[in-house]
Design a protein around this ligand. Structure first.
Ligand code: MG
Length: 271
């Protein structure tokens, strides 16, 4: 009954607000809409509506059903073609293999592939799978990678019963940040990465003024928690911080028959 009463009050409240009586207009004019981010300054309010604001209204985004992309995402790969991608080596068409099950697989030694479109800060979703047929060990088993802005790698690796250096294991920010957990599913099954990435900033002199940050969920488990990226993820040497603008999303061909597959890749620019 109590719930019903609250609901009825809300409905009536909305109805009378839309009617716009003088009293309601006064109540609305009391609402803080002019500077919603200036809360907690000045004299502390003594009425609740001084700390409630109604603008800006966030855009409506429809969640994707059954793992499909949300309504405002840029779909980078849905299994139908590789039109959004090109070869990082030749800048020509991407040579990776398109499979019947809606996935694509690294074509060994054909080189990395990258998105034609360039991005800055993003939310990214992708799914990857290392082969069930085990081959190689250490960094040579199911090694691929996701490079944000073409420069910063989140490692993809088959780490199941396959130890390696922990700052290069699956879901590491390569050679910089060990993941908080090893969250892989068995080899041959599909993993997901959900990544929130904020690009670095550079001043006119080319000095980095703000580090990139990255948060990664591996199969829904937090593995990188707003890590401040130190610079490029080098195989040899220190991270580099040369100034750069937006860049492509790159998927790595590690050139050792990794046979890693990808599917369901979508992105939401955050800039
Ligand atoms: Mg890699």
């Amino acid at each position: 009954m109590k719930k019903g009463f609250v609901l009825l009050s809300l409905v009536l409240g909305l109805f009378f607000t839309s009617c716009g009586t003088a009293q309601d207009e006064e109540a609305i004019s009391n609402v803080n809409t002019s500077n919603p981010f200036g809360l907690f300054e000045g004299e502390e309010p003594t009425t609740p509506n001084k700390t409630e604001f109604y603008e800006p209204v966030p855009p409506r985004v429809r969640p994707g059903e059954s793992g499909l992309p949300p309504s405002d995402a840029i779909v980078l790969f849905d299994g139908s073609d590789l039109e959004q991608w090109r070869s990082s080596v030749t800048q020509g068409p991407a040579q990776w293999m398109l499979n019947d099950d809606g996935s694509m697989t690294v074509k060994d030694k054909s080189g990395d592939i990258e998105t034609k479109e360039h991005f800055g800060s993003i939310q990214l979703h992708l799914e990857w799978r290392s082969p069930s047929e085990i081959q190689g060990s250490n960094q040579s088993r199911g090694n691929s990678g996701v490079f944000l802005q073409g420069l910063y790698e989140v490692q993809v690796l088959d780490n199941n019963d396959n130890p390696t250096y922990v700052n290069g294991q699956v879901a590491s920010v390569y050679k910089q940040s060990v993941p908080l957990a090893m969250a892989s599913v068995p080899s041959g099954e599909w993993n997901s990465y959900d990544i929130i990435y904020h690009k670095p900033e550079f001043n006119a002199q080319g000095d980095k003024t703000k580090s990139a940050t990255i948060t990664v969920l591996h199969n829904g488990i937090l593995v990188q928690d707003h890590f401040k990226i130190l610079g490029t993820t080098q195989y040899i040497g220190w991270p580099k911080n040369n100034p750069h603008g937006d860049g492509p999303l790159i998927l790595q061909d590690h050139a050792d028959e990794s046979r890693v597959s990808y599917r369901n890749i979508w992105i939401r620019p955050l800039d």
